[in-house]
Design a protein around this ligand. Sequence first.
Ligand code: CP
Length: 304
Amino acid sequence: MNHILSVNQFDKDRIEKLFNKTSIIERNFHKGSLFHYPNRVMISFFGEPSTRTRFSFERAMFWLGGKVISESNSDSSSSLKKGESFKDTFKTLSQYGDLIVCRHNDEKWINFAEYSSIPIINAGNGSQEHPTQSLLDLYTINKELGRLNNLKVMFIGDLKYSRTFNSLIKLLNLYENNEIYTAPAEIIWHCDSKSYLDQDNLTRINLKEIENYLPEMDVIYFTRIQKERFNSEDIEYFNNFQLLKRHLEILKENSIILHPLPRNNEISETVDEDSRAIYHEKQIKNGIYIRVALIQELLDEPKF
Ligand code: CP
């Protein structure tokens, strides 16, 4: 079964094809729906809060003319609450639709996708991966800057628990000559992107140094501090960096500021009106287009 569980499943060739398809969808989106899938059903099965991912997937499926069964609180209102396993849950859900989009804080849920007889898309497994977010982030970078190599990208915020960071750093490392900067330096992520720590293209910077590096950056990518994943060692998180209006003066004119959202206070609202702050419109809209393309990719697979 052709699931989308990790960005490790994507190479440059697959990404190029996906982005070509996404551009076509983007150009045609406002011309009206394409009724490709009037009899196909997407099950959105979310056990963690979501605004963008769930609604953009559902918007994408509606645009394709399909139907949606939506569960926004699977931990308390599905039979997971009664102790049903992910294995049995996926076996059951696959009798009700053609595609499952799943998010849950148990990062191991993806190991049970194999028990589903319909494709599953990972919409977030704990702090590990959020592949569709990083694909839309990469699409946004390519569209705005016209390239995916020779980039200087700074990640600021919750590097330990951010699944969007964990997925995007892997994708950026598929391309040539990208320099990655992470702040704060003392926060070490615990996920599998840890293997990038020793790479020559990665520089860890302290909070006090951020302003020195900002003027060189092409992409500044913020993540929210994920208090829901904290443990007692994480007190250092409360001392973090906030992007303020005064920082805009030192940024490159053609840089972009990205954030997967939701935002807490890591970017001041006074930054929002700047043309480089594209997290509230362009980045979010790209999330719909890329998810239409991904749904099409999975539902177009021949059924045997
Ligand atoms: N970017 C993202 O995953 O946002 P939501 O948590 O609102 O879905």
